[in-house]
Design a protein around this ligand. Structure first.
Ligand code: 16G
Ligand code: ZN
Length: 526
């Protein structure tokens, strides 16, 4: 039914499989098969999400979601790649091989949650996944069009016997909105109180994708507490998905998206095509564009959690995870001013998520706006106990209660644009801040990101969370020599995981120096 149509191999990368949609039919079918095998091996529900995130509308892709709602375990990525690339005649033998390798019981009846974004190719690709699931006698549960983080949430709910929430769209809205309204019901924190800069009005760019469809559910439920004005909600198949708008466009081009009205000093946000990333921004009265990216969101959240923790008097270890792309000023602010420890890991959400789990409270964000907060069970238990502890003051108990409500606004499984937005809005309101106050916390170092095309990008290998080049020999010494010429200079190079290019990042004390450093390092790579 789903013969292999492509000769070239494809690879399960940091974002699963992603390519032109018309090349993916058989890959989807095979991921349906693999999902059932994984589910039987784990004796749990597994998820399959069909999306190509911020890519153009003609692309599509697929990712598997593991039992706790996290991304597919790395050792199985290689199996996914094998499954996608074997010939049709070898498919049965590879299935036999994996069953033998993991001793997979083939009798369990397992559920596979399937979700898709708004791409015109998604319905037929979703059908292919379902055929694969049925071929191995799994039970597909079709969630239809949902955001990537919604699907992760459903999987987590199913595997915790609903302890994480009810595995329906309604359950998701109910959990997030319920917690948000509780957190923001306090009238003293309301913008109308007079002594606050916070305004409960937000311009929202839906990238003409699933984030536009789903935000409507929140608009209705949030009412006056947060007035979200939706822009970029074009119909499916108009070619407008992610086009000149959305979080990736805004972050990469440092530019206002099309379709959102230019209003000076008004808080705006953009999500990406599958609503797992968000960035904030505004235009000042001189028409200068200001971006508040993942680094800013991370520092805002970490600072607020730290403040609340101090109010509770409970000692929980809080950490923040970044990648090398995080602006040096943000790292300095967090470590020096907030005194929150920072860890740096390799690019890719799974690396950040994994590291964050080492902390009782782990905040992680990539500069591109993908991130969330994860809480260990011990942290949740301590907070729950504190709310009923009569030896604590009212203020301590209230702070613990507030932290528990914050946990319910947060989608711990993966970065979730809408959940992150509700969290940011809650914090801004509590602090009485608008976007300008938020930006004033620290000043970004000027930085420049460049792409360099070389014959084989894999000659460049790195270590220390991609900050140091191991090969080719001598390159790192040359980069070090360049860096030392610039005040606050920092630069690193790494092969991209998603494009056939090398990325060069540089930052320095001034715009000119950052540009010069980036260009000079690029010359060494070339
Ligand atoms: C993928 C990653 C993203 C990362 C980007 C880096 C996930 C879900 N996505 O899109 O987190 O920032 O790759 O791309 O992990 P690059 O390797 O081309 O720089
Ligand atoms: Zn995305």
């Amino acid at each position: 039914m789903h013969p292999k149509t492509e000769k070239a191999d494809i690879q399960y990368g940091t974002a699963g499989f992603r390519t032109k949609a018309n090349k993916l039919g058989y890959v989807m079918y095979r991921m349906g098969l693999l999902a059932v095998l994984r589910a039987r091996y784990k004796n749990a529900t597994i998820g399959v999400m069909i999306t190509a995130s911020h890519n153009p509308e003609a692309d599509n892709g697929v990712k598997l979601v593991d039992p706790h709602g996290e991304m597919l375990e790395q050792s199985w990525e290689a199996w996914a790649t094998k499954f996608a690339n074997v010939g049709d005649d070898q498919l049965e033998s590879i299935i036999a091989e994996i069953i033998k390798e993991y001793n997979i019981p083939m009798t369990e009846r397992v559920h596979i949650c399937i979700g898709k974004d708004t791409r015109p190719s998604s319905p037929s690709l979703s059908k292919s996944v379902m055929d694969g699931v049925l071929a191995l006698a799994g039970k597909p549960i079709d969630f239809g069009i949902v955001s990537t983080p919604q699907l992760h949430y459903f999987v987590a709910c199913k595997n915790t016997k609903h302890a994480y929430g009810i595995p329906t769209e309604e359950g998701y809205y109910h959990k997030l909105v319920g917690a948000f309204l509780k957190l923001n019901a306090d009238q003293r924190l309301n913008s109308s109180a007079g002594n606050s800069n916070y305004r409960n009005r937000l311009l929202y760019d839906g990238a003409n994708g699933v984030g536009a469809k789903k935000i409507k559910q929140f608009q209705e439920r949030l009412g006056e507490t947060l007035k979200i004005e939706l822009y970029n909600d074009e119909g499916i198949g108009t070619g407008k998905l992610n086009y000149l708008c959305g979080a990736d466009f805004v972050k990469s081009n440092q530019k206002f998206p099309n379709g959102v009205p230019l209003q000076h000093n008004v808080r705006c946000c953009s999500v990406d095509g599958d609503a797992d990333r968000i960035v904030y921004y505004f235009i000042d009265e001189d028409d200068k564009f200001h971006l508040l990216d993942g680094d800013r969101i991370a520092t805002l959240i970490a600072a607020y959690l730290k403040e609340l923790l101090e109010e509770t008097g409970i000692d929980l270890n809080l950490g923040l995870i970044q990648t090398a792309y995080a602006n040096g000023a943000s790292t300095e602010y967090i470590t020096q001013k907030l005194k929150v420890p920072v860890a740096c890991v390799s690019t890719g959400v799974k690396h950040l998520h994994h590291k964050a789990l080492e902390y009782e409270i782990g905040v992680y964000f990539e500069a591109n706006g993908h991130g969330t907060v994860v809480f260990q069970k011990t942290a949740k238990d301590k907070l729950k106990r504190a709310t009923g502890d009569s030896s604590l003051t009212d203020a301590q108990r209230n702070a613990a209660e507030r932290l528990l409500n914050l946990i319910d606004v947060i989608n711990e499984t993966v970065g979730d644009a809408i959940s992150d937005m509700l969290l940011v809005e809650t914090i801004l309101r509590a602090k009485g801040w608008d976007v300008q106050d938020w930006e004033a916390a620290y000043t970004d170092l000027p930085n420049r990101l460049m792409k360099v095309t070389i014959a084989n990008r894999n000659v460049i290998t790195t270590t220390n969370a991609e900050t140091i080049c191991v090969t080719p020999p001598g390159l790192q010494d040359e980069i070090n020599a360049l860096i030392s010429k610039f005040k606050k200079g920092r630069s690193f190079v790494r092969p991209s995981g998603t494009e056939d290019i090398v990325r060069v990042y540089a930052e320095a004390a001034t715009r000119e120096e950052a540009d010069t450093l980036a260009v000079e390092v690029s010359r060494k790579v070339y």
